[in-house]
Design a protein around this ligand. Structure first.
Ligand SMILES: [Zn+2]
Length: 173
């Protein structure tokens, strides 16, 4: 069982990501897996070594015409259970810090939700998108990355914490 939490990231390979307009440090919210920030965890444990310079899709994904991609990312991540079995959803989790869109270097996960657990069973990159949703993914080959397993309650708590940290961060606190 892995531990997921929401933290504020103080250090990032792209300095501009943790600074405000005046160059002052402004740590941003991100998930941590077993205490390791998600960008670092993915760059260490998957074949996506460049992911350490990425930022979370949740909070950063933005379309300057409208905010649909951002709200989609939050909706997809929210664990939904079904009485008919495990629910599988593909979700953008990290994005390129230069582009902040669904096109350039989008790290995707497949999330599987049961009545007691949330699992991230594989990692990939977005290959295509339609109407602000990623429709095709190139999955990591071979599937060598560890499967992450979280307690559903812990995941829901981390999700809610990340969301409130993001809200505060966007309001400039
Ligand atoms: Zn890019």
């Amino acid at each position: 069982m892995n531990v997921i939490s929401a933290i504020l990231l103080n250090e990032h390979p792209v300095k501009g990501c943790i600074q405000d307009g005046n160059g002052k440090t402004k740590p941003f919210p991100i998930f941590a897996i077993d205490g390791l920030p998600l960008n670092i965890w993915i760059s260490k444990n998957t074949s996506f070594k460049d992911a350490n310079s990425s930022v979370p899709a949740h909070g950063w994904l933005y379309d300057f015409e409208n905010s649909v991609p951002l709200s989609n990312a939050w909706k997809l991540l929210k664990p939904e259970t079904s009485e008919y079995g495990a629910v599988s959803t593909v979700i953008p989790i990290l994005i390129c810090s230069d582009d902040l869109d669904l096109v350039c270097n989008v790290i995707m996960i497949e999330q599987m939700v049961t009545e007691s657990e949330v699992q991230w069973i594989r990692f990939g990159v977005a290959w295509n998108n339609m109407h602000d949703l990623v429709t095709s993914v190139v999955w990591e080959q071979p599937f060598s990355s560890p499967v992450l397993t979280f307690k559903l309650n812990d995941f829901e708590e981390a999700y809610n914490n990340l969301k409130s940290l993001d809200k505060a961060w966007n309001e400039g606190i």
